[in-house]
Ligand binder design. Structure first.
Ligand SMILES: *[C@@H]1O[C@H](CO)[C@@H](O)[C@H](O)[C@H]1NC(C)=O
Ligand SMILES: *[C@@H]1O[C@H](CO)[C@@H](O)[C@H](O)[C@H]1NC(C)=O
Ligand SMILES: [Zn+2]
Length: 538
């Protein structure tokens, strides 16, 4: 019979029969092994125990260890956030719109379209501790509010600014603002009303122009130096607007509302010496300005009783002269006496390359001594290591000097994760690092936020607080986008991590005494419990 079967057909049967035999044998042996011992195709129990131990060892250093009790509600809330991150993250990644991978101006509207962002917007953020006064509130609001003042005047100056680059200077035409009912030289100044009307494209185009010169959004900068130069210029102009006391007061109220709506109930903001002028052209001294802020915060608290406070860290620019910095230290010491609850410490800001901390050590240690002599405490909250560079020179080396100078927190500390020894020191000294991932991206330190060293710090055990540094200059408000980007970028983070980040904003704040911190933490816990309940209901 077989002789009648065509050759081609016999040829096909052979591999089929062989394959079948292999499958049957494999099945037979696998069943046999499974019956005779339990280590068929999974690692054995001993291996799994070692594996678990190693995972636990890895976890043991985490910054958020044991933050949660993991109640049933917390588990459900965590699962909901986790599910959103997984599904929305994958869907956006599939169309090349994964938010942490995008430059923030492109990521913003993508983030706003997600349910994860809805959830994170409503999250209570506790305290947020790294801001600069000029950049707290939406530019659109500020420009509209300024133009709306009937005595608003504007002039346009070509401004030259230093770029530290080659060629070393660049030039741009900037609007300068002045608020006065007196007449100004009409060759230079026009009222904001007529400037807006005469602007090519009309008032709306003027507003857009004013907003855009106030921001660093349109450009990606080639170097840290260029970004810094552009950045400094923006602040000059914002200062013009905010030195008009009536506008300043509305701005502070607007900032409180903005951050409160974003879930922040305590704020620390860097402020430089800030005299204002009023509608009569009178100088409003800095101490009066502080008093006005206190009145605005008090009024805000009567309508928002769970808002804790807005406090200031007094700052000078690090490129000031030694005499200038000396004078600032004298000022902050006297402010610590006159406004101890509002002025909580001192910092130096601006491109860290300008003056390394090592050059300022004698001044700053003398400042500490002078404060002691004046019977006040003077804490430093120093920007340090806000750089891509790692090496013996500043800005990276500023981390070393900031630690030796006894800084209470580190501003940015972007380069810290490269130094295991310094990280250990930071952990042992219980110093928190103020991290602003979007700011770092906008100033060119990082592209994809998944490469941001904040995750290294957090998993290593460095306590981190999140902030947005200069949100209005980057085209946004609040700190929810930063929380979103960090949570979306790093799957190692969970609900406990978010809670720890928010709590750190209170724990590492300058709120005085255990009692006021405990009160702030109590208020936070109540809001947190509500949020968890809301998430768990999904
Ligand atoms: C490590 O920590 C993460 C985040 O809290 C948690 O999900 C995970 O179960 C932990 N793993 C171990 C082995 O403890
Ligand atoms: C503009 O001024 C009017 C009248 O003072 C006020 O009602 C309005 O809220 C102001 N608008 C803005 C954007 O400041
Ligand atoms: Zn800063």
């Amino acid at each position: 019979m077989s002789a009648t079967v065509p050759a081609a057909s016999r040829f096909r049967w052979a591999p089929f029969a062989a394959g079948l035999l292999v499958l049957v044998l494999a099945y037979y042996f696998s069943v046999k092994r499974r019956i005779s011992n339990d280590e068929a195709d999974v690692p054995d129990g001993a291996y799994l125990a070692l594996r678990q131990a190693l995972l636990e060892l890895d976890n043991a250093t985490r910054f958020d260890r044991n933050t949660l009790q993991w109640t049933a509600l917390e588990r459900k809330a965590n699962a909901y956030l986790h599910k959103l991150r997984l599904h929305e993250g994958a869907a956006l990644e599939a169309v090349s719109r994964f938010p942490p991978a995008l430059r923030f101006p492109d990521a913003k509207s993508v983030i706003e379209g997600t349910r994860l962002f809805d959830a994170i917007r409503r999250m209570p953020k506790g305290g947020s501790l790294h801001y600069h006064l000029e950049a707290l509130v939406d530019q659109k609001w500020l420009v509209a509010a300024a133009a709306n003042e009937s005595n608003c005047h504007v002039s346009f100056e070509a401004e030259t600014y230093r770029t530290f680059a080659n060629p070393p200077t660049a030039s741009v035409k900037l609007p300068r603002f002045k608020f006065t009912s007196q007449s100004l030289p009409s060759t230079e100044w026009v009222t904001c009303r007529s400037a807006r009307e005469r602007h090519p494209g009309g008032p709306a185009a003027f507003d857009l122009y004013a907003e855009s010169v106030n921001s660093v959004i349109p450009n990606a900068y080639a170097t840290e130096d260029i970004a810094w130069a552009r950045f400094g210029m923006v602040f000059n102009m914002l200062g013009d607007l905010l030195h008009y006391q009536p506008l300043f007061e509305r701005y502070i109220a607007q900032a409180l509302q903005t951050f409160y709506d974003d879930g922040v109930t305590y704020l620390e903001v860097r402020i430089s010496k800030w005299p204002n002028y009023d509608e009569h052209g009178r100088v409003v001294a800095f101490s009066e300005v502080l008093d006005s802020v206190k009145r605005i915060v008090d009024a805000f608290r009567t309508t928002h009783p769970d808002f804790i406070d807005l406090r200031f860290i007094y700052q000078d620019v690090r490129f000031n002269t030694p005499e200038g910095i000396q004078a600032s230290l004298d000022t902050v010491i006297s402010l610590r006496k006159s406004h101890p609850l509002q002025i909580v410490g001192f910092d130096l800001v601006g491109h860290e390359k300008a003056t390394p901390l090592i050059d300022l050590v004698p001044l700053l240690t003398a400042g500490t001594r002078a404060a002691k002599h004046a019977k006040v405490t003077l804490d430093y909250f120093l920007h340090a290591g806000e750089t891509l560079h790692a090496g013996p020179a500043p800005p990276d080396a500023n981390l070393v000097d900031a630690l030796l100078l006894g800084t209470r927190r580190i501003g940015h500390g972007f380069s810290l994760s490269k130094h295991a020894g310094l990280m250990s020191k930071v952990i042992a000294s219980d110093i928190a690092v103020e991290v602003a991932v979007i700011s770092n991206q906008m100033l060119g330190l990082v592209g994809d936020i998944r490469r941001h060293p904040v995750i290294d710090m957090m998993l290593h055990g460095v306590q981190v607080v999140l902030a947005s540094d200069d949100p209005s200059v980057f085209g946004y408000e609040g700190v929810s986008y930063d929380f979103y980007q960090v949570y979306m970028a790093f799957e190692a983070l969970d609900l406990g991590s978010l809670k720890k980040l928010a709590m750190n904003g209170i724990a590492y704040s300058a709120l005085g005494g255990a009692e006021s911190k405990a009160r702030a933490m109590g208020g936070f816990e109540r809001r947190w419990a509500e949020w968890v309940q809301e998430l768990a209901a999904h």
